[in-house]
Design a protein around this ligand. Structure first.
Ligand code: NAP
Ligand code: MG
Length: 496
């Protein structure tokens, strides 16, 4: 199964493509192979999804009927939660408890959207009272059609679930392309859906390169909507391509999110959330709070505590007990992050801790958690996403200055504020130009709350009812109910 594509309810070999190695980032060993789809396979998958949407009746099922499949998928994920989490660790490198959390969240996501699918039966139409009583109208929500879902490698199954679950719940059919680096759990998802009896063509999973399989999905004229999570440059390219046939898009892109600590914050708690905000998932998190701003009264204390606690982080193979930081996902990602640290140093930044491969690791893409100080405001390190366990920290004096520094970014995905003064925290939360704001925490994410960015961090929202709307069109149905004829061209006969 893992070296095949899942198209139209069947496991098939790619028509022209070959295979790619799957590498365990903790050991650098090839653990298996996956298939690499080409445009020929994408064409088959899109046409299968099209048939399942246009002819086979997936969108015509009641929401309650679709919900049964979603709940069966949720239960299939939970039945083998530990096994899937282990696969995610082998593929991505994250510590097992984090993977286990992700997989539980993925199951929860299918259950959540099953609930919305059930509600859909009674809530998808809304009466509109018109200004002209000769007409009545209603607004009806309908599924958008065939969805091309393209996801990254940092939360492989979870990012796939954030798209597949609401899309299926809404009545759409899906062609999913996971990241080539981390495709194994998406294939597991296809297997679970297959065993849950999901009708053929409703979900298709194609592994392969973004520049080949991904690009073919983006360009396919029979795809109605593209749901993408990944980097800004690829997102921008998808938006441009989508413009040609006015495909609907939702984009979840990167960020350089600020975390602001005020003098009145609880220092230990602030440090806990700074660490959670940048070292969880090895910092390979789109919403990572990678720019930390600390008010001058507590800066020295926060930095000292942060360095002390960061040095205690246990690094190692994510399958071993007690590991808090695993390897980065790939050799390329490791080299990119190391290059960014070198550039930061060249620009004048200092390393308070980390910045190198930990001692005693011969194999694996391991990097020490890294704290950068004195990072110039105009440097790449301060402004661009590093996507690794690297945080930039600097001081500020006034609330006004903190807000200005926090918002001085082309990104606007997330922002966090630490303060025991509730009014201040609310004021700063309101001033942040970001789609996700955390007060006295950083990163906790809930399936029921909207997720997405301002500015260049994306367009549209995932999760919650907002994520459901992503896959729905709105139709108005207006009915002429007057007893009197309209009478514009054909005048009513007098006395008739
Ligand atoms: P990426 O290079 O943009 O890749 C994301 C996905 O797009 C992968 O499946 C990739 O395929 C595919 N892809 C690449 N080129 C494509 C093309 N021309 N057409 C269609 N698809 C294409 O991003 P990444 O490096 O994997 O992920 C890291 C980035 O994602 C970071 O910038 C991060 O901030 C962002 N991210 C954002 C969120 C969010 O919720 N906002 C969440 C996670 C990650 P292959 O990799 O298989 O070639
Ligand atoms: Mg891998």
């Amino acid at each position: 199964m893992h070296d095949k594509l899942y198209i139209d309810g069947k496991w098939v070999a790619p028509l022209k493509g070959g295979k790619a190695d799957v590498i365990n980032p903790a050991t650098e060993e090839v653990i298996q192979q996956i298939a690499t789809a080409t445009e020929e396979d994408v064409d088959l998958a899109v046409k299968a999804a099209r048939r399942a949407f246009d002819k086979d009746g997936w969108p015509k099922l009641s929401g309650a009927e679709r919900a049964k499949y979603l709940r069966a998928i949720a239960s299939g994920i939970r039945t083998n939660q530990a096994g899937i989490a282990r696969l995610e660790v082998l593929d991505n490198g994250k510590p097992f408890p984090e993977a286990d959390w992700d997989i539980a969240d993925a199951a929860g996501c299918f259950d959540f959207y099953a609930g919305l699918a059930e509600e859909f039966d009674t809530k998808s139409a809304e009466t509109i009272v018109l200004s002209d009583s000769r007409f009545t109208a209603r607004a009806v929500k309908e599924p958008m059609g065939v969805v091309g879902a393209i996801v990254p490698w940092n939360y492989p199954l979870l990012m796939a679930s954030w798209k597949v679950a609401p899309a299926l719940a809404a009545g759409c059919t899906v062609v999913l392309k996971p990241a080539e680096l981390t495709s194994l759990t998406a294939l597991e998802l296809a297997d679970i859906a297959d065993k849950a009896g999901l009708p053929a063509g409703v979900l298709n999973v194609l592994t392969g390169a973004g520049s080949v399989a991904g690009q073919a999905i983006v360009e396919h004229p029979l795809v109605d909507k593209l749901a993408f999570t990944g980097s800004g440059p690829v997102g921008s390219r998808i938006m441009t391509e989508a413009a040609r046939d006015i495909k609907r898009i939702s984009l979840e892109l990167g960020g350089k999110s600020p975390l602001v600590v005020f003098n009145d914050a609880d220092v230990e708690q602030a440090v806990e959330w700074i660490m959670f905000g940048i070292f969880w998932n090895q910092g390979q998190v789109c919403s990572a709070t990678s720019r930390v701003l600390v008010q001058d009264g507590v800066y020295d204390k926060v930095l000292a505590c942060l360095v002390e606690e960061t040095k205690k982080i246990t690094i190692g193979n994510g399958l071993d007990d007690g590991i808090l930081l695993g390897p980065l996902v790939s050799e390329r990602q490791y080299s990119n992050v190391v290059r960014d640290i070198e550039k930061a140093k060249a620009a004048g930044a200092s390393i308070a801790c980390g910045g190198k491969r930990p001692d005693g690791f011969g194999k694996g893409y391991y990097l020490e958690p890294t704290i950068l100080t004195d990072v110039p405001l105009d440097s790449e390190a301060w402004n661009e996403e590093i996507f690794g366990p690297v945080v930039c920290i600097r001081s500020f004096s006034t609330e006004e200055e903190a807000i200005a520094l926090a918002n001085d970014s082309r990104f606007g995905l997330a922002a966090a504020v630490m303060s025991t003064d509730h009014e201040r925290a609310e004021r700063v939360a309101a001033a942040f130009r970001a789609g996700i704001v955390w007060i006295n925490c950083s990163q906790p994410t809930f399936t029921e709350a909207p997720w997405g960015g301002y500015k260049q961090s994306g367009i549209g929202r995932e999760l919650g009812r907002w994520g459901f709307e992503n896959y729905l069109e709105t139709k108005q149905i207006t009915r002429f109910v007057s007893e009197e004829p309209w009478g514009w061209y054909i005048k009513p006969k007098v006395g008739a």
